[in-house]
Design a protein around this ligand. Structure first.
Ligand code: 5GP
Length: 145
């Protein structure tokens, strides 16, 4: 998938937003939905997506929606930090397959990092246990302010 193209509402995140696929929900407000990545690159790997968007990637998004998306990302990132007390946080976002993008609904990754622990494989590691993800999601949700 290149940078250009048409939004496909059959993508997995659109299905999660419509409630057609399960997800370990962390948080949602009027603008964003946050949930646990099912192939986490680290413990607590969380995704934040815009709820009312047909942007496949960052370049597609309406400029005024970028601000509310990143306000949501910051809010969730602070909660991830408060929940797990990591040494660092990787916040990343991929655009187009050559850049590593695999799901074509705009999203931002928040990954807690610990000294000496390398980042796990992107979108290709082991699938996490849903009960474990729900527990992590609850820990983050409890710290949303
Ligand atoms: P991208 O590669 O597009 O930047 O990120 C897509 C992310 O979605 C990957 O980190 C991948 O692990 C995650 N992912 C893929 N399928 C699912 C799914 O069905 N549920 C959840 N929660 N995450 C998914």
């Amino acid at each position: 998938m290149s940078l250009d193209g048409t939004y496909d509402d059959g993508n997995i995140f659109a299905k999660i937003l419509r409630g057609e696929m399960p997800a370990a929900r962390v948080f949602e407000d009027e603008h964003v939905y946050a949930f646990m990545d099912v192939f986490p690159q680290g413990r607590g790997h969380t995704l934040v997506i815009p709820k009312h968007s047909t942007a496949r990637n960052f370049l597609d998004e309406e400029p005024e929606r970028v601000a509310v998306l990143f306000q949501g990302v910051q809010r969730v990132a602070k909660a991830v930090r408060a929940a797990f007390n990591p040494d660092g946080l990787t916040i990343m976002q991929f655009n187009g397959a050559p850049a590593g993008q695999t799901v074509y609904h705009l999203h931002v990754h928040i990954i807690p990092r610990w000294e000496g622990v390398p980042l796990g494989r992107h979108a290709g590691g082991a699938m996490a246990d849903m009960d474990e993800l729900k527990d992590l999601a609850e820990q983050i949700a409890a710290k949303i302010s």
